[in-house]
Design a protein around this ligand. Sequence first.
Ligand code: C2E
Ligand code: MG
Ligand code: MG
Length: 766
Amino acid sequence: MIRITSSLLAKPALFIFAGLGITLATTGVTTVSLYEMRLDAMAQARDAATNLVLSLQKETERNLDIYQLAMRDVVTSLESPGILQLAPDARRLVAFNAANNVRELGAIFSADAAGNDILDSRWVLPPKLNVSDRDYFQVQQQQKGTGLYLSRPFVPRLGNSEQPSIALSLRLDDTNGHFAGVVAGTLRLSYFHQLFEDAIIGVHGTLTLLRTDGTVLMRQPYHRDDIGRTLAGGHSFPPLVQSDYGTYVDVAVLDHIERLYSFRRIGSYPLVVVVGLATKDIYAGWRKRAFAIGIVTAILDVLTIMLSLMFSGQLRRRFAMEHQLQTLAWFDALTGLPNRAQLSKETLRILTDASRNSSQFAILFIDLDRFKRVNDTQGHSAGDEVLSEIARRLRNYVRGEDVIGRLGGDEFLAVLQNCDVHRAAHVAGRILQALYRPITVNAKYDTSVTLSASIGVSLYPHDGQDADTLLRNADMAMYKAKSTGRNQVHFYAPVYERQAKEQLELEIALQRALQARALSVAYQPKVDVTGTLRGAEALVRWNDEKLGIVPPDRFIAIAEESGLIAELDAWVLDEACRQLAEWRIKGIDVPNISVNVCAADFKSPDYPGFITHTLQAHGLEPANLILEMTERVMFDESLDDIRTSLDAIHALGIALSIDDFGTGYSSLSYLHRFAVKELKIDKSFVRGIGVDAMAESLAQTVINIGNVLKLSVIAEGVETQAQRDFLHKHGCLMYQGYLYSPPLPPEDFALWVETHRQQTPVRESR
Ligand code: C2E
Ligand code: MG
Ligand code: MG
């Protein structure tokens, strides 16, 4: 647990992420709660508006009911027969008895069919008035059964009040049912004003009383001009008349302020009361709180991010310092190479790997010869330059998996993984060559020095089982190299010494032979069941003036290791093609030539181009050439480059033959993938025919595979007729071997073709 936490803490970026995370989280939570608070404010306002409108509606309805009852009393009294017999004062007394109770609401009066005001609840008799021009009179006159009618607002003609009023009217009928006049009650709109006055509606709130046709009867805050205006055109009007109550948000027609409106119809009256609470009032409290909370959150967020940046910055600096310290501890300051401590760590790791995989590795102890002289004559900074340059060169001579470091002074150490004596000798030889080139130390004066080195080599496991022993032995070998003349490589074990020496000698001699064109090519016939010549295999030969005949099995490996193989193969290919062309001119018919190639050849992207060029140069066809390669080629690590070349070669129409088939990692899939034409049964299987049942069955298997995949199968190393017959019996129809001919120099091969042509019919008739 502790380790997890500390390793998490070890990532500076994590602090920044955490800071950002916290900031995002707090901002998110704040936003959501502010949003909820806003919703709450609206919900509360909605409740308040609904409650207010309800209580206003109740109050208004109750009063209007009382008023209407009083008016109906008047109607009943005035319509009762006999009332007309009474004197006007008595009539008033009878009729307006009930109206006394509603005096604070307004006056009730009656008019006759002509509209003349005949009776009035007010005891002070009004001057004669005629109301026939009023809408409430005209509506009742024209439509029987209108019931209670609510008039448009008007300014009463009686009294000195300028205050607008409305009238409620009922129709009077005579005993025959004809229009006899109206009973009307005038209601001062200031009554509603008083009623609405105490309602709490906020700074920008409104209270409105409307007729259902949209006429404004009263509006709070009060503006004289609002009375009588109509809202019927506004988009919020339809909901007001479509249902008895409701709430909605809208921008007011009259003052363009957005409000939450709650409305309610007043009982059965054609009236609607509307409470409007301005949204800016509703959200005023919320806005103040949101502002405060927002500021606090922002401050906290900024603080969090600053802290996380600070922490991560500190951590980063600490890591940088630790990294620097580590570099100092494990790497050499001058050359940047691993130092002694790092080297012994790495050696231990390589040793563990090698003992686990039972593989070999080599330690090269490299000591510069007479380095002290550079320091003494050119100065220390020149010495430093030399060491840096040497380090740079050394780095070029090891593979990625190898380690090269500086032990101190002029001593370097290379640890080469998966390395046998041959590679060790090869790498050490290369290093000696590389170091021996001049090094410019003082560019200004064009001074340069040339240094040689002495290299001691020890090999695991032969020369030691542990790192200390191996190092000590490499050191001893290095002293031996120094004491026997410097600028040379010494192996700790004498056996290796000899092998390595030979290796180096061969490498150098081969290089010389290649340059001097001292190699030659021998040709071995390939024949079919009738013994007819079907082609020839080109095999390189090296007869060295000092070393004598060196067999290909020895020098091909060295050529591969030292990188000379590509040049060698290119030469053989060209020479074989030249030879084939020459034979043709001389009338010696050889259908095709097989040339051995290896993985390194294919790695060059120019290889297919080179082959085309060579064929053309000698006037040959692609069908005249067969490339023989061992299965190893297919499994080389950089298969991709090889595949490109193989595909290109196949596209050219050049046949591929798999040499020594069955001895490698035979896999049917690649035979298919690379459009192989021919399989060559390895000579070890052929040698086993008649002797080794296992070898026999392997030979048979190869033949079967070839037949199934429709590839031609050729057996190499056929020495006896018995071998040839066995192969023939099992379906192998092409042969190569001493039974027919050993590989021959070109002139002998031409001779063989000549004599063989004459012999073949004899062989056929046998
Ligand atoms: P390989 O390609 O399998 O060649 C066949 C080898 O069998 C040749 O050995 C040949 O001389 C030998 N041989 C032929 N008939 C018989 C026989 O009846 N009995 C026995 N015991 N051996 C027979 P050589 O010439 O020594 O070549 C050895 C290997 O070196 C070749 O094996 C090939 O892999 C390689 N090689 C030869 N020339 C070249 C070349 O120009 N380039 C490359 N890359 N490799 C080459
Ligand atoms: Mg071959
Ligand atoms: Mg072979």
